[in-house]
Ligand binder design. Structure first.
Ligand SMILES: *[C@@H]1O[C@H](CO)[C@@H](O)[C@H](O)[C@H]1NC(C)=O
Ligand SMILES: *[C@@H]1O[C@H](CO)[C@@H](O)[C@H](O)[C@H]1NC(C)=O
Ligand SMILES: *[C@@H]1O[C@H](CO)[C@@H](O)[C@H](O)[C@H]1NC(C)=O
Ligand SMILES: *[C@@H]1O[C@H](CO)[C@@H](O)[C@H](O)[C@H]1NC(C)=O
Ligand SMILES: *[C@@H]1O[C@H](CO)[C@@H](O)[C@H](O)[C@H]1NC(C)=O
Ligand SMILES: *[C@@H]1O[C@H](CO)[C@@H](O)[C@H](O)[C@H]1NC(C)=O
Ligand SMILES: *[C@@H]1O[C@H](CO)[C@@H](O)[C@H](O)[C@H]1NC(C)=O
Ligand SMILES: *[C@@H]1O[C@H](CO)[C@@H](O)[C@H](O)[C@H]1NC(C)=O
Ligand SMILES: *[C@@H]1O[C@H](CO)[C@@H](O)[C@H](O)[C@H]1NC(C)=O
Ligand SMILES: *[C@@H]1O[C@H](CO)[C@@H](O)[C@H](O)[C@H]1NC(C)=O
Ligand SMILES: *[C@@H]1O[C@H](CO)[C@@H](O)[C@H](O)[C@H]1NC(C)=O
Ligand SMILES: *[C@@H]1O[C@H](CO)[C@@H](O)[C@H](O)[C@H]1NC(C)=O
Length: 509
């Protein structure tokens, strides 16, 4: 479980360095959750989150001096009987592009902040627990990198057994990354959660936009070691990860002839695989230094020659556990140094329910007047958050295989879109108050059980039901059906058919 990264609470004016005249264009969606109007902060445009979610309520915090994005929030009231359930934002994205996703939280009471889950596109990402930052009056953020599987990215807050009060969110950013950034990661199967992004040797403020094109936060880290800084311009464009030039101007430097040992990141890591990128640049023009890099006594890279043009070394998968030590062993007269570093935890991304099934289920939801209240977000994923009454297949292409919504007090009609859920083997809407006609189901070749008894369905039994090859049980008693019971149904081999009492057929079967 990742610990949140924290930022300062009272941020009256500019947090970052002044906005340059030609700032890079940031592509993405910056949502100021709970806000009623758009705002411009340090050259970035924030918009209200209303159009991106249909859930929750807006709240204003009456604390003066708060950064505008923290002064409003959206809170999601839930009923204990709905646990687990999720509340989602849907953000338009470019399919297959890589996005930085950052969720920001600032809690102001009462009690302690809620603990809940964060879910992106059906993949469980992290537990949000801002208790520690709240005690220090800090805001918290979680940042991850995800590949968009479709034209929309969903970000959901999940209510779980440990959620005691309404989950909330202060800001949500979904920022497009350039193709080369972190491109060694297999984003089709993994996503990354940020653990630390450090600007070594800096005593200045956190570096963000516009120094960083993608609004990544580089937090200053000084230590017991000597720092150095330079005024020369290092072109970071040659670095695939495109770090801001500013972070390459400062470094931690070892003493002459000494090895540098750095405990980094500051937190203890859970046993898992990590992405690590280290950035080096010699502050002296036309000088160079050579050293070897170890991580926890393991060779990371040998005899690295660092010049003033700088370089980046990375591992897209590196197993770590507990506290981590980075060792820079000198191989030249000039001592080793380190300018910046990033570390992310890797986690597997799950598939998504196939869009055709999601669209059909959304239509069914619309035609029912009182659908189950946890029918939000992906119907199947994460598994522990699947919709009430919906059973899904395993594997990468996830399908809806069963719908059991018997005795749920449902009213409204049954959408003909149910006929598009071609992987269904069981349907039960028994003992509800559904009315309207029984839809055509002639494409449901796998359907074995259809239980629609004890409702108020009207009209005739679709004659095509006799062509449903796998059908074993058809229960339709106690509705308002009329017309004739097709003879072919009555004669169908191995079918258990119940159509009476409670209908008004013109011929008794
Ligand atoms: C929050 O403040 C804004 C501006 O003052 C106001 O328009 C909005 O109605 C307030 N929202 C709530 C939930 O009080
Ligand atoms: C997205 O990636 C998938 C798998 O990597 C590929 O099959 C598909 O064609 C790509 N789509 C686009 C629009 O690039
Ligand atoms: C949240 O974090 C605090 C410490 O910061 C811890 O004491 C508490 O148990 C955590 N809550 C949950 C539900 O994990
Ligand atoms: C990452 O991007 C760089 C720069 O565009 C390119 O040279 C490199 O081949 C890419 N690496 C991978 C693994 O795609
Ligand atoms: C960088 O420039 C500033 C002002 O231009 C100067 O005060 C500082 O000493 C310079 N630092 C280095 C390392 O040259
Ligand atoms: C680092 O600081 C120590 C004293 O704290 C000094 O002896 C040493 O020369 C310094 N090293 C560099 C590279 O400036
Ligand atoms: C790293 O850990 C993964 C499981 O998390 C394991 O499959 C893999 O073999 C490990 N790699 C190394 C080099 O130890
Ligand atoms: C549907 O759910 C009800 C209540 O959970 C259960 O009693 C019934 O056996 C289920 N029906 C099917 C066909 O799975
Ligand atoms: C159907 O609706 C009526 C009146 O609204 C209600 O009394 C009854 O309990 C409902 N039946 C079911 C099965 O939900
Ligand atoms: C079933 O899906 C097709 C596309 O796959 C769509 O054109 C059609 O409108 C859908 N039918 C219903 C009743 O939703
Ligand atoms: C169903 O039939 C009963 C009795 O004929 C009638 O009172 C009721 O209004 C009908 N319901 C619907 C939804 O048509
Ligand atoms: C059954 O249908 C017939 C005509 O089709 C009608 O006369 C009769 O009233 C209906 N009975 C009920 C209980 O709805």
């Amino acid at each position: 479980m990742a610990t949140p990264l924290s930022t300062l609470l009272l941020l009256l004016s500019s947090f970052f360095t002044a906005v340059l005249s030609q700032s890079p264009v940031l592509q993405g969606t910056l949502l100021d959750c709970g806000a009623s109007s758009a705002s411009e902060i340090d050259g970035l445009s924030w918009i209200p989150d209303d159009p991106y979610t249909s859930y929750g309520v807006s709240k204003n915090l009456s604390i003066s001096g708060l950064l505008p994005t923290l002064s409003t929030l959206r809170s999601f009231p839930f009923k204990a009987s709905d646990i687990p359930c999720k509340f989602c934002y849907t953000i338009p994205v470019v399919r297959n592009a890589t996005y930085l996703v950052r969720a920001t939280y600032f809690y102001s009471g009462p009690g302690s902040p809620p603990v809940f889950d964060l879910i992106v596109d059906g993949t469980f990402w992290t537990v949000v627990n801002t208790t520690g930052d709240y005690a220090n009056r800090l805001s918290s953020y979680y940042e991850g990198v995800f590949r968009a599987k479709g034209k929309r990215l969903s970000v959901c807050l999940g209510v779980n057994v440990y959620t005691e009060s309404d989950p909330f969110i202060s800001a949500l950013e979904v920022i497009l990354l350039e193709n080369s950034v972190y491109n060694a990661t297999d984003f089709n199967n993994n996503a990354m959660g940020l653990i630390a992004r450090s600007n070594f040797g800096s005593t200045g403020p956190t570096i963000g936009y516009p120094d960083d094109n993608f609004c990544r936060f580089w937090q200053p880290v000084t230590g017991i070691m000597n720092s150095t800084s330079s005024n020369q311009t290092i072109s970071a464009s040659g670095f695939w990860n495109l770090p801001p030039e500013n972070v390459l101007r400062t470094a931690l430097v070892a003493d002459p002839d000494k090895t540098m040992e750095l405990q980094w990141p500051l937190v203890s890591l859970s046993s898992s695989s990590y992405y690590i990128a280290l950035y080096f640049a010699d502050p002296l023009f036309s000088s160079s230094r050579t050293f070897s890099v170890y991580i926890n006594e393991n060779h990371f890279i040998n005899n690295l020659e660092v010049t003033s043009s700088g370089l980046m070394v990375f591992s897209s998968i590196w197993n770590l556990s507990g506290f981590t030590k980075i060792t820079l062993l000198p191989r030249s007269t000039l001592p080793p140094l380190i300018n910046a570093a990033e570390i992310f935890g890797l986690f597997p991304v799950k598939g998504l329910t196939i869009p055709k099934d999601v669209i059909a289920l959304e239509s069914i939801k619309k035609s029912i007047l009182n659908p189950p209240t946890n029918w939000i977000g992906d119907p199947c994923l994460p598994r522990e958050y699947s919709w009430t009454g919906v059973t899904c297949s395993e594997g990468r292409k996830i399908r809806i295989i069963s719908l059991n919504l018997s005795s749920m007090g449902l009213s409204g009609t049954l959408s003909p879109s149910i006929g598009n859920l071609t992987a269904l083997t069981n349907i039960s809407f028994a003992d509800n108050n559904l009315t309207g006609p029984i839809p055509e189901l002639n494409r449901l070749k796998l359907l074995e059980n259809l239980h629609l008894q004890d409702n108020q369905f009207i009209g005739e039994i679709p004659p095509s039901f006799s062509n449903l090859k796998s059908l074993r049980e058809l229960f339709l008693q106690n509705n308002n059906l009329t017309g004739v019971v097709p003879k072919s149904l009555k004669l169908k081999d191995g079918l258990i058919l119940q159509v009476l009492p409670g209908n008004n057929f013109t011929q008794t079967p």
